[in-house]
Design a binder for this molecule. Sequence first.
Ligand code: V47
Ligand code: SF4
Length: 365
Amino acid sequence: MSSFESIAAKVRADQRISADEALFLFNSNDLLAIGELAALANERKNGKNVFFNVNRHINPTNICVNRCAFCAFSRTPGDEGAYTLALEDMCRKAKQAEEEGATEVHIVGGLHPDLPFEHYERVLNAIRQVAPTLHIKAFTAVEIDYFGRISGLTIEQVFERLKAAGLGSMPGGGAEILVEEVRQKICPEKISGARWLEIIRLAHQAGLKTNATMLYGHVEGPADRVRHMELLRELQDRTGGFQAFIPLAFQPENSDLKLNIKGTSGLDDLKTLAVARIFLDNFKHIKAYWVMLGEKIAQVALAFGVNDLDGTVVEEKIGHDAGARSPQSLTKEGIIRMIGKAGRTPVERDTLYRPLNSYPKDGHY
Ligand code: V47
Ligand code: SF4
């Protein structure tokens, strides 16, 4: 039988908690006590430092053959609002980002029915040429699996080719909830949870760092969230290739998931981040993605075990097409102020978490 005290004793002694214990925390309403433990676990790993980066998102196309039920971003060819960016447009966005001080471009998009694998190599090569200082973090495991299918290449070969074209690391999307019964309800066309884990394992084997996300606040229950995180923790024990864990709060507008919900509660957001921080003892970074959480919850999350606020983003479509109320973009100064006002030390990082600039914790924000 779990009790809060026995779990707290483990966390204080820097010991791993079990899946049952994580579930116990999810089922508890003592948010402040959970938050305090998460803050302890985080401080041990990261001190007072909170990371952010200056980045820019580019979504090359919203045309997608999968049409996941939760996704308000995707379109079928011919639908109103369907788009595919020209190579020149992507290059212009990347170059402008570099000129404005970005260090990373984050590229993810739909699974386009007609574009060949070579198109994606061309995108990476072209961006690398016009904006050579940008780190290219691109393509979810779902896209990588698709590239394998449309090209006939093995996943190992896909990674070799993309790395040769300039791929630096991968984001953590497409994980959703890795439990099959949940996937069948929210994204039946998408690769299985087991396949997502396999592609990520191969990415790590190819020397690419990745993140891991978790889409929560829809049909899943606490046990599904815990199982999801347990699968990630097991893979991280084997590869060490994950950088950050990023819970994504489901935005319910304009999606085909007809749930009578207005979105996640602030309490659930904070508890999810805190339990993740405690349970995922082999992940260094827990990221509060302000786009889905809103700036205020993301800031409060810094007292609940979070040590990363993502970045400036600049142009966000996936959450905003689904009704996210956050701005499309934050300035670097705005992020520094959010972190500084929470009593933490803002640290600008590059994609691989090397510190670039840090700002005083008690500066006048
Ligand atoms: O995989 C789609 C999610 C993901 C909705 O790795 C939705 O640094 C909420 O993975 N409500 C893509 N979420 C975005 C993503 C990401 C974002 C920021 C940083 C990183 C990183 C990764 O967006 C998808 C899906 O899970 N998503 N629709 C929605 N309605
Ligand atoms: Fe396509 Fe990704 Fe949207 Fe699913 S979540 S429909 S795979 S763009």
